[in-house]
Ligand binder design. Structure first.
Ligand code: DON
Length: 572
């Protein structure tokens, strides 16, 4: 009897193991629970979806470096995480190589040549926010594929190998998660309204966890990219399909816009904080500049003494967030089009002057805190990677809003961004994240819209120590700022630093947003100081890798996916 029972239990156990293994191999595992943390020694990838993180690690194991893994991960995200992973959007990459070189790649979308300053105003001069956010006219010229190819010069493996998993998952499908099913169901109405063709994300009945999403058109687009390189997207069949889609919906992206698109390698934002070297994204993302301003404004304040999320430390951080975002609105835009006084904005004298009117214990006011005076001439996704040799890559990409414009290129199977809304479409009219801007970020043909994306690396003694980034629109720089302060000042573990509640101030509106689990006692104290507090759903989804003990051969990699999403950490 006992033997029979043992045999029976063992058989069931083996069946479950084999079933789980097969499910994982095909990606058809809707019960998969994201792995939030891994400690390993060779390499790691953290991203918004386990299939993407796994594909990245598989590339590392095949001998690819961190760039190879980042490319493969991004391509899989474009298939399995359509709300933000993309080939129809744009983004930024920051990388550190073992030879000491740091690079940043700008593959932000551009305004099409037919775009004009007032294109989203009606005849009475009123801003038409729908047009900059929904459908064809909202799309900027996509940059992601150009970005991936620009990074290929640092890669080791052929592109065909890097894109293979993405093609397989698009062609054969994968089981969607419960949160993905809910998200498709929520967006169904807009998908129907904003598309002329039938799209893979809409089906008659409700989506549920475990349903398989097959994207044949997308698979064919990815194959054209595999076979023809960058031209497989920006010229030929795919480009024709994009332009045909534009014509159906009053969009303005032309064949010429696509052919002319170029990713740009730019000098990184590079500064020190108490001996750490911080490498992050320059304009046209505002993220790096604001992060530098905020870090530099607390460097001499001994915030560690005030302790994590005490009313005093939160107030100090809120006040410098306010000042940095006021400068964002006033001074920042695409450096290829407008002059930005960067050196002054991050100089010690200027930043000291900005904090002169800070009064501990008393709320400042955005009405009185304008940008400094200078006299001189909710969907994005992030991935963090490190490899065996110690290269580190941080990539944030986006379609802007969830599913971008929600318009799929008919016959090509991918979503177009709604990034045009990140321009200041009219002075005084905030974008969908409440960010204001002026002439510096006004629309012009070929110009890149200002971003907040902040892919970041921290080096310690010249070796990568932290690799991080997050989605979240305007909350991105403040989430990165707080995660860094949590580790560098409050001595938190990687996991705690990522998962602790975040708060956010962006100058206007003059409110402090706090995540739901932020301490109620501190909310009260801040209110007593005169702050208006708004409790919001969680917004940050930071994917972080910490590399301890850098000496080659004995390093420890701690990779952490944010608890707030399906984010998943893989490594070996
Ligand atoms: O570039 C930007 O700053 C925005 N388009 C990012 C949007 C975003 O992070 C949405 N994610 N939740």
């Amino acid at each position: 009897m006992y033997i029979q029972k043992l045999f029976f239990t063992t058989a069931i156990f083996m069946f479950v193991c084999i079933y789980a293994f097969c499910q994982k191999q095909t990606g058809n595992n809707s019960n998969y629970v994201p792995q939030k943390k891994i400690i390993c020694n060779n390499g790691a990838v953290v991203s918004a979806h386990w299939l993407a993180s796994k594909a990245g690690v598989a590339i590392l194991k095949k001998g690819g470096n961190a760039i190879d893994a980042a490319i493969a991960t991004q391509l899989v995200l474009a298939v399995v995480y359509p709300a933000a992973g993309n080939i129809g959007g744009g983004g930024f990459m920051v990388a550190h190589f073992t030879n000491g070189k740091n690079i940043s790649l700008d593959f932000r979308e551009k305004a099409p040549e037919k775009a004009s300053r007032n294109m989203y105003l009606d005849s009475a001069g009123n801003a038409q926010i729908n047009a900059s956010q929904d459908g064809h006219l909202a799309a900027g010229v996509p940059g992601t594929i150009a970005g991936l190819f620009a990074s290929m010069k640092y890669a080791k493996l052929p592109f065909a190998v890097l894109i293979e998993s993405a093609i397989n998952l698009a062609e054969n499908g994968f089981a969607i998660s419960a949160s993905q099913a809910r998200s498709f169901n929520r967006t169904k109405k807009e998908f129907i309204e904003l598309n002329f063709s039938t799209i893979a994300f809409v089906k008659e009945n409700e989506w549920k966890a475990g349903d398989v999403l097959i994207q044949k058109d997308l698979a064919n687009t990815l194959k054209r990219i595999r076979d023809n390189g960058q031209k497989g997207f920006y010229e030929g069949e795919t480009a024709k399909l994009i332009v045909a889609e534009m014509q159906k919906g009053k969009g303005i992206i032309s064949l010429e816009d696509l052919k002319k698109y170029e990713a740009k390698e730019r000098s990184v934002v590079d500064f020190t904080y108490k001996g750490y070297q911080i490498i992050t994204m320059p304009l046209p993302s505002s993220g790096g500049v604001i992060l530098q301003q905020m870090m530099k404004m607390i460097e001499d304040k001994n915030i560690a003494l005030m302790q994590f999320q005490s009313a005093a430390s939160v107030q100090l951080m809120v006040e410098l967030e306010r000042r940095a975002y006021a400068d964002r609105a006033e001074f920042l835009g695409d450096p290829d089009f407008v002059n930005v006084p960067i050196n002054t904005l991050v100089s010690t004298n200027y930043l000291n002057a900005r904090m002169k009117d800070y009064v501990p214990g008393k709320a400042g006011s955005s009405k009185n805190t304008m940008a400094g005076i200078i006299k001189e001439s909710e969907e994005t996704t992030h991935l963090s990677v490190t490899d065996m040799d110690g290269n580190a890559v941080s990539v944030t990409t986006t379609l802007n809003g969830g599913y971008g414009s929600r318009t799929v290129v008919g016959g090509a199977g991918f979503l177009l961004n709604n990034e045009m809304d990140d321009f200041s479409i009219k002075q005084g009219v905030p974008n969908m994240y409440g960010a204001l801007g002026n002439e510096k970020n006004a629309i012009a043909p070929g110009k890149r819209m200002l971003s907040s994306m902040t892919p970041t690396l921290v080096l310690k003694n010249g070796f990568p120590y932290l690799v991080l980034g997050t989605p979240g629109g305007t909350t991105i720089p403040t989430s990165i700022f707080q995660t860094l302060v949590n580790i560098l000042e409050f001595n938190m573990s990687a996991e705690e630093a990522v998962n602790k509640p975040k708060f956010h101030h962006q100058w206007l509106p003059d409110i402090v947003s706090v995540e739901k689990d932020f301490a109620k006692k501190i909310v009260k104290q801040l209110e007593n100081m005169g702050y208006k507090i708004v409790i919001r759903d969680a917004w940050s989804k930071t994917d972080l890798i910490q590399i301890q003990n850098h000496a080659k051969g004995s390093k420890t990699i701690i990779a952490v996916g944010d608890k707030r999403g399906d984010d998943d950490a893989q490594g070996y």
